[in-house]
Unconditional design. Structure first.
Length: 130
């Protein structure tokens, strides 16, 4: 068992949690196990592992492999309510004022992605900045 733990490649380690507190606990446990098994040098390499919350690991992977996927690596988390505002502005731009009939571009986008017909969302406040 000690041999299996010593063979662990830190930069290939993936450990995903849902909460930031759990991330810190998991990192501490991994460091402790590595330290206890005489792999203290590798315990210092923990920042090279894909260790974090679902969102932080996904963001890191997206940034690291963006060019391979044909995307820009200049991505970041949208702060606060900005994401909701951008979603609302996009929906308003793509949906006709009659709430239910999508514009030609959104119909073709939805059909080409297999999403089916777009549905008007009710209960969302209209954006005043769009």
């Amino acid at each position: 068992m000690k041999h299996a733990r010593s063979a662990l490649l830190i930069d290939g380690l993936v450990a995903v949690t849902y909460m930031t507190k759990a991330q810190a606990e998991l990192a501490a446990r991994i460091r402790r196990v590595l330290g206890d098994t005489g792999a203290g040098e590798r315990a210092q390499q923990i920042p090279l592992a894909y260790l974090g919350t679902v969102h932080s690991v996904r963001l890191r992977l997206l940034k690291e492999f963006a060019l391979d996927a044909g995307l820009s690596p200049a991505v970041d988390v949208i702060p606060g309510n900005e994401g909701r505002r951008l979603l609302q502005a996009g929906l308003e731009r793509e949906l006709d004022p009659s709430f239910g009939h999508a514009s030609r571009s959104s119909r073709s986008t939805c059909s080409s992605t297999g999403m089916g017909a777009p549905v008007a969302l009710t209960g969302l406040p209209r954006s005043t900045t769009a």
